[in-house]
Design a protein around this ligand. Sequence first.
Ligand SMILES: Cc1cc2nc3c(=O)[nH]c(=O)nc-3n(C[C@H](O)[C@H](O)[C@H](O)COP(=O)(O)O)c2cc1C
Length: 212
Amino acid sequence: MRDFPADRYVRAARAIADIVEAEWHQAHPGDTVIRRHVGTDPLPADAWADAVSGARAPEADRSGPQRVGVALAARLAGELAAADAVLLAVPLYNFGVSQHIKTWIDLVIAAPSDGREAGPLLAGKPTVLVAVRGGAYGAGTPREGWDHSTGYLRRILADVWGAELTVVEREFTLVGVNPALDQFTDLAAQMKDAAHAAAREAGRALTVAVAA
Ligand SMILES: Cc1cc2nc3c(=O)[nH]c(=O)nc-3n(C[C@H](O)[C@H](O)[C@H](O)COP(=O)(O)O)c2cc1C
């Protein structure tokens, strides 16, 4: 992936997530929002191995790093379990998820389930996944099938964790950033408008689902 000046990037995922969150705040003013910016404030990459091995060891025998890893995993899973709703904003990087989001997911899965009710972590919980991509990967496009992020995230959130999942997607965010994509300017603008409209709808649905 070519590098372009930082000020040309559009922060597309954040913009869409902000729309969803604004709808939420309108219906639930004053609610606490727990944020995890795993891209800019990454979780330690070595915590997962410590959490996995620590969870398998008797508590008294855990090393210092294993204790830290197990506690971090439990905290991350606890945040999800306690939330009324969940919102994720995830760009596509190198045709997959970033190491940061993968570390977060791996840690949550490694968390001991004690203290939580039986059943999937997000069973029935309204959850919005914002997925953005610089290129386009729809049916019939040259790179159809190259997005290895969105399907994986759906699998984890909906199938493994049981979330009531809504996915808001925006493609071609690199149009206007990468001159090679200039021919797609109109299509990209339509995609942006559609994604922002879908975000408003998803935000409203989230508030209705939680109020119900
Ligand atoms: C290092 C890097 C790798 C990327 N890899 C891909 C990719 O494989 N496919 C793609 O469609 N876009 C890719 N992109 C573009 C991003 O998905 C796109 O810029 C997206 O809008 C970033 O999210 P943001 O706007 O919320 O910051 C990449 C961007 C960067 C910086």
